[in-house]
Design a binder for this molecule. Structure first.
Ligand code: MG
Ligand code: MG
Length: 255
């Protein structure tokens, strides 16, 4: 069931989104060659703790997962697409890192992700990351009252396909509110004019994830969480929580 939020709820979700943005900035600021993924998780935990926010990631166990998620961020390195678990891996020069973070403040959730390179960037990685950012912007721009979810997916998917990237079919955005994952699902490809109609008060997480090399195929690690490209190519992921309003789309997880 899709829950339409009141304007007061949208303002409350903005507060959660602010904390998410701060936690992502802290993780990104801590990321450097030689730093462990655990340390990035610690940086994000500190922000959540100081803001009095809970983590919707920590202890989360969706149907596909064999174990509860053990951290407040996902850290997906190089060929990892999403859901990577922070561990003792030390970042290396040229790594492509995607960090995904959530926060719950006063019962309302926010969810956002960012990809960036550590140390010396590879041009191909910069293009891949930039494409997910452009797709996110296009998806947000399409999230207007009167449009449909297919328009959002079409906007995202067109950017990725035009650039020659793969798009995994089974993972994408979602409604968000009191729970991190709510209806409706927000696929990263779609048919214009089709799907759930967008109206004031609907809040969705929009999250393009693109795979270099053009294949859509992915595999799941033995940990049951980490999704990886099947061909070993790199992946990037960008996400914002976005409210559809009569005044236009409102990205709630901007800094
Ligand atoms: Mg996320
Ligand atoms: Mg999400």
């Amino acid at each position: 069931m899709v829950e339409i939020k009141t304007d007061a709820a949208l303002d409350a979700m903005r507060e959660a989104g602010r904390v998410v943005a701060q936690a992502l900035e802290a993780a990104r600021g801590a990321a450097a060659v030689g730093v462990t993924l655990h340390e990035l998780d610690e940086a994000a935990r500190t922000v959540l703790r100081e803001a009095g926010a809970d983590s919707p990631f920590l202890g989360y166990r969706p149907q596909f997962a064999p174990t509860p998620f053990p951290a407040v961020i996902c850290t997906s390195v190089n060929d990892a697409i999403v859901h990577g678990i922070p561990d003792g891996y030390r970042l290396r020069d040229g790594d492509l890192l995607s960090v995904d973070c959530g926060a719950v403040v006063d019962g309302w959730a926010g969810d956002a992700a960012v990809s960036f390179t550590v140390g010396t960037p590879r041009p191909a990685d910069e293009r891949l990351i930039e494409a997910t950012r452009r797709a996110l912007e296009a998806g947000i721009a399409a999230a207007v009252v009167g449009a449909r979810l297919g328009d959002v997916g079409h906007a995202i998917g067109s950017v990725g396909r035009t650039a020659g990237y793969g798009i995994p079919a089974d993972f994408g955005g979602h409604g968000i509110g009191r729970r991190m994952h709510e209806d409706p699902p927000v696929p990263n490809e779609g048919r214009p004019g089709r799907g759930f109609p967008l109206r004031h008060g609907l809040v969705i997480a929009i999250e393009p994830m693109f795979l270099a090399g053009g294949s859509d195929a992915y595999v799941t690690d033995d940990d049951g969480w980490t999704l990886r490209t099947a061909n070993g190519g790199r992946a990037a992921h960008s996400e914002h929580t976005v409210a559809i309003t009569e005044d236009g789309p409102r990205a709630l997880t901007l800094p």
